[in-house]
Write a protein that binds this ligand. Structure first.
Ligand code: ADP
Ligand code: G6P
Length: 500
C-alpha cells in the first residue's frame, strides 16, 4: 500500500482507526454475504459518535484473506483493511489477545511472548497507519483506538505530520511493574507518544503511562504531558476520559412497545419467576464468569435463593474462540453450569439459563428491563459498558447493580453493590443484599446510578476528548459539527507551513 503523502487534498476530516469495524462481514450457510454488528464495547461506544460526526472508520472487517472495497454506512465511510489468515493468528489472536490483553488485565491469564507475533503486530499497525494516511484530508483529526494499534500514532505522525492524532485505550493500562515484562515495551511507549493526546479510562492509567515515560525514555514529563524529543519537539498529553454509552438510545429502545412485548415473551419463557438475576458478557476470562456462576450455584445449593422462584439468566457472546484460554473458559462454564443445573431444582426450568450466543440489541434491552439484579463482576475491566446499558434500560424504580470494584465503572457508579469477585463469600453476601434490601434503600441507590449514566453519555465523552485534541493538536477536531471551513495548515513538528 502506498502512502499518498502529506499533500493529500481530499479525504476525511475526521477518522476513527480501530482494529474492528462497526460491522463484520459474514458468509451465511446459503453462501449469501451479510454484515452484522461487531462484538464488544468499543463498537457500541463509537458507532453513535461516527453516526453523529461522519467521516471515515478504518478497520478490519472480521474475515481473513479478503479485500473489501470501501462503502458508505450510516452516514460515514467504512474503509476495510485486509488481514491474512496468518496475520489474524499472529497479530490479532497472538500479540493482541494472548500477549497484550492478559498483560494489561493484571495478568489474570498468563501473557505469552513471541517475537514473530510482535513482527506481525508491527506490520499490521504499519498497514493501518498507511491506510489512515491515505484517507485523511489535510490537517484531519485521526482518532486511533485501543491496544491492537498502539504503534499507529507514531507511524502516522511520520507519514503525515499535519494530522491531529488522538489515541484512546479502552482497556486498563497496567502498572509499570507489569508493563515492564513486555520485551517490546520501548516500541509501544514510543508508538503511543506519537499522539497529541492519549486517553485512558482511569486517571491511574494515565499516571502509569507517564511514569513509564519518565523512567524508561529520555523524554521529559511535565504534569500531564510528555515533551517528545524527536525531529523537533511535540507534546503528548495523557488524561483520563471514562467512556460511556448512548444512554438515550438505549433507554428509548427499552421503552419501545416491541421491546416491552419481547420482555413479556421472555418472562413467559422463563416461567414467570419472582426474581431474575442477569449476566451479559463477552465470553472472556476477565469477566469473572467462573466465580460468578460458582457464587450463584452456592446460593442455590444453600437454599438462600429458591430455584423455583429465582432464575439466573447468563448470556455470553462467543469471543476469540481460537485462543486457547477462551476455549478453556468455554468448556469450564459449560461444565459448571451443567453440574449446578443437574444437581439443583426440580424437573422444570433449570436455575441457571445459560446461552452462549449473541442477541440483537433489542433483546438485550428486554432482558435488562426484566432483570431485578444485574451481575457485573469482572476480575478486571477498562470500563464495562454492560453496567451502564442496564442502568439506561431498566426502568423499574428498584433495580440493583452488583458491580466489581475492579471494573472502571466502579469509580463512577458508587451506589452499586460493590464486590471483590475473588471473594466468593463477599460476592454472595452482596448478591443477597441486592436481593433483600428494603425497597427504599434499593430505590435510593438505583435513582443515583441512573442519573449518573443519563448525564454522562457518549457524546459528552467524545466532545471532551475531541475538544482537548483541538487544544493540544494542531487545529479543530473535525466531523459534521465543525467540518465546513477546513483550514489547510500543516505543522511539521512545531513549524507551521501553509498548504494552500
Ligand atoms: P467488552 O468491551 O470487554 O466486551 P463491555 O461491557 O464494555 O465489554 O461491552 C460489551 C458490549 O457487548 C456491550 O455493548 C454489550 O451489550 C454487548 N454484548 C455483550 N454480550 C452480548 C450478547 N450476548 N449479545 C449481544 N451483545 C452483547
Ligand atoms: C474489547 C476491546 C475492543 C474489542 C472488543 C471485542 O471491547 O477493548 O477493542 O473490539 O473487546 O473483541 P474482539 O476481539 O472481538 O474485537
Amino acid at each position: 500500500m502506498e502512502n499518498t503523502g502529506p499533500s493529500t487534498k481530499q479525504g476525511a476530516t475526521f477518522l476513527v482507526v480501530a482494529n474492528r469495524l462497526p460491522v463484520d462481514r459474514i458468509v451465511r450457510e446459503d453462501g449469501k454475504v451479510d454484515w452484522q454488528t461487531a462484538p464488544g464495547g468499543l463498537v457500541t461506544a463509537l458507532e453513535p459518535v461516527m453516526k453523529q460526526r461522519g467521516g471515515a472508520w478504518v478497520g478490519w472487517h472480521g474475515a481473513p484473506d479478503e479485500e473489501v472495497e470501501a462503502f458508505e454506512h450510516d452516514g460515514y465511510t467504512v474503509e476495510p483493511v485486509p488481514l491474512s489468515a496468518e496475520e489474524v493468528e499472529e497479530y490479532y489472536e497472538g500479540f493482541s489477545n494472548a500477549t497484550l490483553w492478559p498483560l494489561y488485565h493484571d495478568a489474570v491469564a498468563f501473557p505469552e511472548f513471541h517475537r514473530e507475533w510482535f513482527d506481525a503486530y508491527e506490520r499490521v499497525n504499519q498497514r493501518f497507519a498507511e491506510r489512515a494516511a491515505e484517507v485523511a484530508a489535510d490537517g484531519a483529526s485521526v482518532w486511533v483506538q485501543d491496544y491492537q494499534l498502539q504503534l499507529v500514532p507514531r507511524m502516522l505522525r511520520e507519514l503525515r505530520p499535519d494530522l491531529n492524532i488522538g489515541f484512546f485505550l479502552h482497556i486498563p493500562f497496567p502498572p509499570m511493574e507489569l508493563f515492564q515484562q513486555l520485551p517490546w515495551r520501548r516500541q509501544i511507549i514510543e508508538g503511543l507518544l506519537g499522539s497529541d493526546l492519549v486517553g485512558f479510562q482511569m486517571p491511574g492509567g494515565a499516571s502509569n503511562f507517564l511514569r513509564l515515560v519518565r523512567r524508561r525514555t529520555e523524554h521529559k514529563v511535565d504534569r500531564d504531558r510528555a515533551i517528545v524529543k524527536r525531529n523537533g519537539d511535540h507534546e503528548c498529553v495523557a488524561r483520563a476520559y471514562p467512556i460511556s454509552i448512548d444512554s438515550k438510545s438505549f433507554s428509548d429502545l427499552a421503552q419501545a412497545e416491541e421491546t416491552k412485548a419481547e420482555a413479556q415473551e421472555l418472562l413467559e419463557e422463563l416461567g414467570h419467576p419472582s426474581m431474575i438475576v442477569l449476566g451479559v458478557d463477552r465470553l472472556d476470562y476477565t469477566k469473572g464468569l467462573r466465580q460468578r456462576v460458582r457464587a450463584m450455584g452456592e446460593l442455590f445449593e444453600e437454599g438462600k435463593l429458591d430455584p423455583n422462584e429465582v432464575v439466573f439468566l447468563q448470556i455470553a457472546t462467543p469471543s476469540r474462540e481460537r485462543v486457547e484460554e477462551y476455549r478453556r473458559l468455554r468448556d469450564d462454564i459449560d461444565l459448571l453450569v451443567g453440574r449446578i443445573n443437574s444437581q439443583i431444582g426440580g424437573v422444570g426450568r433449570p436455575p441457571i439459563v445459560y446461552r452462549h450466543q449473541s442477541f440483537p440489541r433489542a433483546t438485550l434491552a428486554a432482558m435488562y428491563q426484566l432483570a431485578d439484579i444485574m451481575l457485573v463482576t469482572p476480575l478486571r475491566d477498562g470500563m464495562n459498558l454492560v453496567a451502564k446499558e442496564y442502568l439506561a434500560c431498566h426502568s423499574g424504580p428498584d433495580g440493583a447493580l452488583v458491580l466489581s470494584e475492579f471494573a472502571g465503572a466502579a469509580r463512577e457508579l458508587r451506589q452499586a453493590y460493590m464486590v471483590n469477585p475473588y471473594d466468593l463469600d463477599g460476592m454472595k453476601e452482596a448478591i443477597m443484599h441486592a436481593a433483600t434490601d428494603p425497597q427504599r434503600e434499593k430505590r435510593r441507590r438505583f435513582r443515583a446510578l441512573k442519573k449518573q449514566v443519563a448525564e454522562n453519555d457518549i457524546s459528552k465523552w467524545a466532545d471532551r476528548f475531541l475538544s482537548d485534541l483541538d487544544d493540544h493538536g494542531k487545529g479543530p477536531a473535525r466531523g459534521k459539527t465543525s467540518a465546513d471551513e477546513t483550514p489547510s495548515m500543516h505543522f511539521v513538528d512545531g513549524e507551521q507551513t501553509s498548504q494552500g
